[in-house]
Design a protein around this ligand. Structure first.
Ligand code: HEM
Length: 157
């Protein structure tokens, strides 16, 4: 489940379910970097863009690499999950208003992945190399969806 957890985090780094989120200032404020925010101003943070920043994720940011979330113990050889600062990975928000259902969401996602993949292979029905076209809404969408085939394990497609 450690690798599944890392794969889910990596999927949501590149395709966050809430791609951007806006807040309105209820009073004058100053952000930690010195940016002045006046009452009534709208501030948007952008998990979709932040998941693609080279300074945060390195030159291989475009690669789907669950390994970037994993660390291997040199003695036991065991893999463990390395979590990130939510302010660097705000897929579930950060701070006091962080998503209350985060752990439940991971439990559900892992349950579905384990339940489906144990019996079926999920095969993309698009040509090799075709990337989903991102559509920015409150929750992320893909233009035209992403067609897949469900094949029972042991059967040919
Ligand atoms: C992958 C799945 C999920 C993602 C990416 C996600 C993401 C988010 C984000 C970005 C926020 C902040 C919204 C904002 O401040 O405008 C949020 C808030 C919240 N989420 Fe989730 N969420 C997920 C699943 C869930 C689930 C399964 C539950 C409940 C079981 C849940 C309950 C909540 C609640 C109650 C808040 C409001 C917290 C507050 O304002 O104090 N979320 N979530």
């Amino acid at each position: 489940m450690v690798y599944t957890h890392a794969s889910l985090c990596e999927s949501m780094r590149l395709y966050p379910p809430v791609p951007l989120d806006s807040k309105e200032a209820t009073e004058d404020d100053v952000l930690p970097d010195g940016t002045v925010v006046k009452k009534g101003m709208i501030v948007t943070y952008h998990p979709y863009a932040m998941g693609r920043v080279e300074k945060l994720w390195g030159p291989d940011w475009i690669e789907f690499s669950p390994e970037r979330w994993l660390d291997r113990d040199t003695v036991t050889g065991k893999w463990s999950f390395v979590s990130r600062d939510p302010y660097m990975y705000p897929v579930f928000q950060a701070g006091p208003r962080i998503c209350l259902g985060k752990e439940m969401a991971f439990m559900q996602m892992k349950r579905v992945v384990a339940g489906v993949l144990r019996r079926y292979r999920v095969v993309p029905l698009v040509e090799e190399g075709v990337e989903p076209v991102f559509m920015s809404h409150l929750t992320a969408k893909m233009k035209g969806g992403f067609p897949v085939g469900i094949v029972e394990r042991g059967q040919r497609f």
